[in-house]
Ligand binder design. Structure first.
Ligand SMILES: Nc1nc2c(ncn2[C@@H]2O[C@H](COP(=O)(O)OP(=O)(O)O)[C@@H](O)[C@H]2O)c(=O)[nH]1
Ligand SMILES: [Mg+2]
Length: 370
């Protein structure tokens, strides 16, 4: 795998903050000592921490939320869920036409031509060998084949081995990076870990504000320097703060970018190089966020980011609603990269650790119609 920052000589360390983070931060973490390396003055990072009121309000709001809705409820509306439901609901005859229809359903739900053809041809052979008594038996075999395809990428993200565990999120604009970071902050906070967020999307003031809002809502501090700050510098400061406060996990946001934006792609390399000055193994996870409604283009995105940014895990968002759903299978087959989480909605609790069987049950329930 190409990780260009490992090949290039190191760059000068970005200017760390002239001062330690402000002292008025409510301490979920111990106060930070002054920065140790100083080349040039830089704005002191802002650290946003929620007030007690807001945290209380957030907790109350959470209690009022409806119980976490299940995978099936969220995925049934996807075109894969609807397509497979429609296919098997009408008690079809087991024949080649049914398999042709199945293939069309899979392809049009973004499973990808290759993966769909391979799946269907394997089932067709078994059908011709009379392995299936009826369409229900075919459905069962399909379900197993789908789970088998996804099982290898069901590898949960384990953040326990490093402290702080550093997660760098990457991806194109609008895929759900910031939202996913907010959800991760909530998840890990709920697990009793101390979490710090880094506002590394310095392109738009709104991006920093958006992350701060997530931090406020979930009682998690956010390190930022505001719009136009150097992203590598912000994230470097954040790692210093995370270390000195003994945080368990640091999650860094970055600006969305396209592979054609050379400067921005280079910035990802710079961020990683700079983190390595503090921890040679950081970032411990390069989490690429993919919009589940993107379709086959998602495969191209992963290919490109993997080459420059050394992606180690994926999050597929927006699988609720109008997503086709099949892209998860296409990604699993094409890359074998772990799918760490899936986004099944817009709120803080709508992130699930990826579960192959639950996902397949969501689009093709084991029993019953639809
Ligand atoms: N329905 C749904 N919307 C999502 C999900 N994740 C993110 N979004 C929405 O996608 C939009 C862009 O998200 P954002 O986090 O700002 O994307 P970023 O540009 O990658 O940081 C926002 O309106 C989010 O609420 C999800 O899992 N389901
Ligand atoms: Mg964002």
């Amino acid at each position: 795998m190409l990780k260009f920052w490992k090949k290039k000589p190191a760059e000068p360390t970005p200017a760390p903050p002239a001062e330690a983070p402000a002292a008025d931060v409510p301490p979920p973490l111990p106060p930070a000592p002054a920065a140790t390396t100083m080349d040039a003055p830089a704005p002191a990072p802002e650290i946003e921490s929620p007030g007690a009121d807001e945290t209380g309000a957030a907790a109350a709001e959470t209690e009022a939320l409806p119980a976490k809705r299940g995978w099936r409820e969220r995925l049934a509306g996807s075109s894969l869920g609807r397509g497979l439901g429609a296919l098997f609901q009408r008690n079809p005859k087991l024949d080649d036409d049914l398999l042709d229809e199945l293939e069309t359903t899979l392809i049009s739900a973004d499973v990808g031509v290759e993966a769909s053809t391979a799946l269907v041809e394997a089932l067709r052979k078994r059908m011709h060998k009379r392995e299936f008594a009826d369409a229900a038996a075919l459905r069962k075999a399909l379900r197993e084949a789908l789970v088998t395809l996804l099982k290898p990428v069901e590898r949960p993200l384990d953040i326990a081995g490093r402290k702080p565990f550093v997660v760098l999120t990457v991806g194109i604009n609008g895929v759900g990076k910031t939202t996913t970071i907010g959800k991760l902050a909530r998840r890990w906070r709920d697990e009793g870990r101390s979490v710090l967020l880094a506002a590394g999307d310095t392109f738009r003031a709104a991006a920093v504000e958006q992350l701060k809002t997530w931090g406020d809502r979930n009682g998690v501090p956010v390190i930022s320097q505001g719009q136009d700050a150097d992203a590598a510098s912000v994230i470097f400061d954040a790692l210093q703060a995370a270390r000195s406060r003994g945080a368990d996990v640091l999650v860094a946001d970055t600006a969305g970018r396209l592979h054609t934006q050379g400067g921005l792609m280079d910035e990802l390399g710079k961020i990683a190089r700079v983190l390595k000055k503090l921890d040679p193994d950081a970032p411990h996870e390069v989490l690429m966020v993919i919009d589940g409604t993107t379709g086959q283009n998602a495969v191209n995105q992963v290919r490109q980011f993997r080459q420059v940014a050394g992606v180690t895990g994926l999050v597929v968002t927006k699988l609720d609603g109008t997503a086709k759903g099949g892209v998860v299978f296409a990604l699993a087959r094409e890359f074998g990269l772990p799918i760490r989480f899936v986004g099944l909605g817009e709120t803080a609790t709508d992130l699930r650790a990826f579960d192959a069987a639950a996902f397949v049950d969501g689009v093709l329930p084991a029993t019953g119609h639809g």
